[in-house]
Write a protein that binds this ligand. Structure first.
Ligand code: NAD
Ligand code: DAU
Length: 332
């Protein structure tokens, strides 16, 4: 297959490109705006692969989309603004990319009859105290991030219903692994711990997330693209859930630190307590997660420890954000 991978310079998209080039004969065209989270460094090891090419451009730009999509068999759309805290502070780009961007991509796919897979999130269902959400659970997003992602999902579904475009939606739980931008819980805590900086835990630290190793999500997306039924959504949950404070304690242990580095800080406004997905539908299609959280976390900590070339150029900026958030003033 020849795939257009939008947002392929980000965390999950770049790992997807790597997995597909390694495990399939796919040809891959990446279209990416290169926001703060999208980096050419994430794709450095595949840059010379003859089955890979890169277009710099935004999904909300019809000209950029038009030149990247021609000749492809399917679109996989990872392109998004992905940090909940940023969506609370500045929702603007979330609306542009998720609403207008998804619309432009859908129109280009419709004109050419190209299969379309939208990468989405468990956050569109909102928080659940007990049990798990299925694909038919109501969408009840709570942040500007998840609300705009839910809007994109509904638009994608409407293109199947109205125009019979072959669409698929994959809703993943919290991903972790190499190349994740250090604003998200795990890479932020790992890098702060490696550098003996403070670890800011929101609220009581008892919010629960369901952890999915990035390559497991990427293989699920590939599997759904190949075997999924047009018009369907597929939940993709990880094998293990864990309260934040336990994640942080485990990272401290893996980096040889003690708990005195933890700071309990003000909670995120509207903070979802727990996410949980039932993944029966994608499992029935033949996908299983391969990586348990304990092993994946150990591997992830080792990757950050061994790849300072990747994070050193950005860490000072990430640390500035963290400092500003925690202390309410800019780092000197
Ligand atoms: P990321 O922030 O690491 O990467 C996003 C990528 O999209 C970047 O390369 C960025 O440059 C690009 N991008 C942003 N706006 C764009 C635009 N308008 N046009 C073209 N490119 C643009 O994100 P991620 O964590 O890799 O998430 C990828 C997708 O997976 C997102 O759709 C996200 O909602 C979804 N998702 C993420 C998680 C998670 O835990 N990170 C879990 C489930 C689903
Ligand atoms: O569930 C899937 C979603 O997971 C994706 O759709 C999002 O793109 C992705 O960012 C992620 O959202 P979360 O809000 O769950 O991830 P984040 O890493 O920001 O936070 C995870 C948990 O850790 C959450 O309960 C908030 C808490 N947290 C986060 C940060 C950054 C802290 O306690 N301290 C922090 O500094």
């Amino acid at each position: 297959m020849k795939l257009l991978v939008c947002g392929g310079a980000g965390f999950i998209g770049s790992n997807f490109v790597r997995v597909r080039l390694r495990e399939t004969d796919d040809e891959i065209v990446v279209l990416d705006k290169l926001t703060y989270a999208g980096r050419r460094e994430n794709l450095e090891d595949v840059a010379d692969n003859p089955r890979f090419s890169f277009h710099h451009g935004a999904i909300e730009d019809p000209a950029a989309v038009g030149s990247a999509i021609d000749g492809t068999d399917a679109v996989v759309n990872f392109a998004a603004e992905t940090h909940v805290d940023r969506s609370i502070a500045e929702p603007d780009a979330f609306v542009t990319t998720h609403a207008q961007g998804t619309y432009v991509l859908l129109e280009a796919a419709r004109e050419r009859g190209v299969r379309f897979l939208q990468v989405s999130t468990d956050e569109v269902y909102g928080s659940i105290a007990e049990g798990s959400f299925s694909e038919s659970s109501p969408l009840q997003p709570s942040s500007p991030y998840s609300a705009t992602k839910a809007g994109a999902d509904l638009l994608v579904a409407s293109y199947h219903h109205t125009y019979r475009l072959e669409t698929l939606i994959c809703r993943g739980s919290n991903n972790y692994g190499p190349f994740q931008y250090p604003e998200k819980l795990i890479p932020l805590m790992v890098l702060n711990a490696l550098n003996a900086d403070r670890l800011p835990v929101y609220g009581d630290g008892l919010n629960v997330r369901n952890w999915l190793y990035v390559e497991d999500f990427d293989r699920a997306i590939g599997h759904v693209l190949e075997h999924g039924a047009a018009g369907e959504a597929y939940n993709v949950g990880g094998p293990d859930e864990c309260p934040n404070i336990q994640v942080v304690r485990r990272i401290l242990a893996l980096t040889g630190n003690d708990e005195s580095l933890i700071d309990f800080v003000a909670d995120r406004p509207g903070h979802d307590r727990r996410y949980s997905l039932s993944s029966q539908r994608v499992r029935a299609l033949g996908w299983e997660p391969r990586v348990r959280f304990e092993d994946g976390l150990e591997h992830t900590v080792a990757w950050y420890r061994d790849n300072s070339w990747w994070w050193e150029p950005i860490r000072s900026g990430a640390y500035r954000d963290y400092y500003q958030r925690q202390y309410g003033r800019a780092l000197g």
